[in-house]
Design a protein around this ligand. Sequence first.
Ligand code: SF4
Length: 438
Amino acid sequence: MTFVSEFNSLPLAGLVDRARSASATAASHAARKSALSLSDFADLISPAASRLLEEMGRRAHQLTQQRFGKVIRLFAPLYLSNECINNCKYCGFSRDNPILRVTLAVDDVRQEAQALINQGFRNLLLVSGEHPRFVSNGYLANCIRASQELVPSISLEVGPLETEHYVPLVQAGAEGLVVYQETYDRAAYGSVHTSGPKRDFDWRLETPERAYAAGFRRLGIGALYGLSDWRLEALSVAAHATYLLRHCWKAQLTISLPRLRPCAGAFQPLTQMTDREMVQLVCAFRLMFPDVGLVLSTRESPKLRDGLIPLGITMMSAGSHTEPGGYTGAGKEHLHHTERGRIVELGASEWASNGHLHATEQFNIADERSPDQVADTIRSLGYEPVWKDWEAHITTGNGVASHRRPTASPVQSQTPTASLIPAQGNALGEAPEQFAKP
Ligand code: SF4
């Protein structure tokens, strides 16, 4: 049995209903429990629980410090290729988008990895679109090996594969696999994935289990908020995480909370999740899963990212580029334009008229601070930025990894206060603000 059967028998409609209408008493009871069920989680993400955010924030803060110490792990995405055979309406890399594309050569990947090392990173996420012709298994294995010569911790976010095709990637040195279901709402999934192998909902849903069977020992899951009701997505992620903790127990699990960002194709979000709801969800995930890492990317504004650090986030990207070659300009000479999936080489006049061409990004980021600026902010909040992922043989007894850059003297930790929690209603970041960029 895989998670697909369990997901199919999940009383999702009832849980969503509960998450929309839980009483204040039920929410308050759930916020104080030490072991939570999915029904309790539904109560915690209800509008009634929104009024308990101070209390939830305090508990989330305590639990995070107990289990993870006062550290935030930093990582950077390294995009290998923006070629893709899928059409996902919400993604800049969609096959039919007329954009500039490139697949980095292995030497280009090495150059990008070196640039990230120079910025301090020791933990990279190799990302690519899904295109077997450009991004073959052999290519991925070569990119992993080239990166691993320089960087100790490598994870992948690439098109889903069969278990036997994951094995050589694990052997090449990849430790982690990240795969978002995007949306757990089957109807929404069908409508936003209009062509390509990604249309197979169940195949994607089983990916973390295939990755675990192949030997990956870090698994990342999540939903992309903005495609369906955020409470349905959150409940499904919680059910998925519960299943993986039970069946893939040798792996470290992380949950990411990406919200849609502007990208080529100009897709507009179908649903909204306010900043206050995002804060509530981070707290609810922490209360439900005290030992699961929570990941926040540069999709969110600096203000929200900083405010979420004391509330449960354990891992962040920083200084991200979401296009291949984004850190060094590597691969520019192989840029080409595509029109409905067909390659159109750039002519000499196009090069001459615009010497600054670069591959198209997957989405705009919202936090444009440099890695050092993010690290300084983490320190100013009383936490320590850790540039490498956890590793058993270098983890000290108090759960704090010893592989760190020198830091300034730590200052007193801030505890969650009203200043960190957005007010009711539209909150500090108002979802529409996310789409202010072109
Ligand atoms: S979301 Fe992934 S699979 Fe879909 S178009 Fe973008 S890169 Fe391709």
